[in-house]
Design a protein around this ligand. Sequence first.
Ligand code: VGL
Ligand code: ZN
Length: 203
Amino acid sequence: MRTLLLIDLQNDFCPGGALAVEEGNLLIPIANDLMPRFDLVLATQDWHPATHGSFAANHPWRKPGQVIDLHGLSQVLWPIHCVQESFGAEFVPTLNTTGIHQVFVKGTDPEIDSYSGFFDNGHRKATGLGDYLKAQGVDELYVMGIATDYCVKFTVLDALELGFKVNLIQDACRGVNLKAGDVAQALLDMQSKGANLITSNAV
Ligand code: VGL
Ligand code: ZN
């Protein structure tokens, strides 16, 4: 079954949003074009409680971009983003959500972040995406979305570790680039672990 996985195509990750990723909005028409070419379309959604430990505002004197220890894990602090039920957490309005068969939320536990669509950052709890894919007999994924250097990267690395063949649609991803070169490094990391880097016209 040809399966497309859309990572975090949400308002807060697009220009004007709380954790705006440059050109994130350009991915929406690409996603809409690709969806009808797949049998199964799945999406992840960053879905934080307002009390989430990844928000700088929840730690006195801390600012976005700083790194802290959050219950034993290194955590980059972010602006308040993708709060459950808020507009910022919604999929971008122009995304054809009727083409999405199932959504997997992540980052719901205030004590731990979850970049990957499969597991939290400590690999303690699963979101259900892995079991869902196995139940459907899926063995290969096409992945696109935001952010290349965070949620896309960790989703792809977990997918590879779980044994899925992964095609990363490079032109259909955008990253944060907190540090110059982060996106390029993320692409190399995914490729070196076995991801196949492709472009949307080759899908
Ligand atoms: C993301 C930072 C914080 C992402 C989510 O979707 O890549 N990045 N939360
Ligand atoms: Zn988040």
